[in-house]
Write a protein that binds this ligand. Structure first.
Ligand code: FNR
Length: 179
């Protein structure tokens, strides 16, 4: 199974990116996770959506080929970061490559609430845009105080979080059999 990770932060030391990398390594025998780079994506512009730049074509192709999308996001100003909204804008138009694609949502923040508002909004958005992109029910992953759970090498060290992720990924793999 091929899954693409769409991370709502483009900073190099992003904790959410580090979570994605930990998932990629820990469950490598269960699915192939490719972490997509949102950095080269231009701002969505309807004027160029029919003939978009190479970066958009490549990004959409990766999502189209995937069996599922793993969204991992921080919270910016009580909602999803602009880079994530921008990525969804590109994905939701023209050939609508997210159509029918199953999703799983996770996120982290340095605060205690683990990007809960961003994730709630993302669930809402994926439902509301009508692309028939089902989100794994339940299994909400709010990783708070993330800076205390990842070491200097980027390794997720918090045992409770690791055990919780093991359960969520097992549920995700079981749920994916339906598609
Ligand atoms: C934040 N941060 C933040 N955190 C939170 O829990 N709720 C919020 O509304 C916000 N708002 C916010 C706005 C902006 C512009 C920034 C830059 C940051 C903190 C944020 O969650 C924290 O910086 C994360 O570590 C960012 O995720 P990455 O880049 O580490 O993945």
């Amino acid at each position: 199974m091929k899954v693409v990770a769409i991370v709502g932060s483009i900073r190099k030391e992003s904790y959410n990116l580090k979570i994605a990398k930990n998932i990629q390594a820990r469950y490598a025998d269960k699915f192939d996770l490719e972490i997509l780079d949102l950095t080269p994506l231009p701002m969505y512009n309807q004027d160029i959506e029919m003939d978009p730049p190479e970066a958009v074509i490549n990004f959409k192709a990766k999502v189209k080929e995937a069996d599922a999308i793993l969204w991992i996001t921080p919270e910016y100003n009580a909602t999803i970061p602009g880079v994530l909204g921008n990525a969804i804008d590109w994905l939701s138009r023209v050939d609508k490559v997210m159509n029918g694609k199953p999703s799983i949502i996770m996120g982290s923040s340095m605060g205690m609430l683990g990007s809960v508002k961003a994730q709630m909004h993302l669930r809402d958005i994926l439902f509301a845009i009508g692309l028939n992109s089902p989100v794994l029910p339940g299994n909400e992953v709010y990783i708070g105080a993330v800076h205390e759970k990842i070491d200097a090498l980027g390794q997720l060290t918090d045992e409770a979080t690791i055990a919780f992720l093991d359960g969520v990924i097992a549920n995700f793999l079981e749920w994916m059999k339906k598609f």
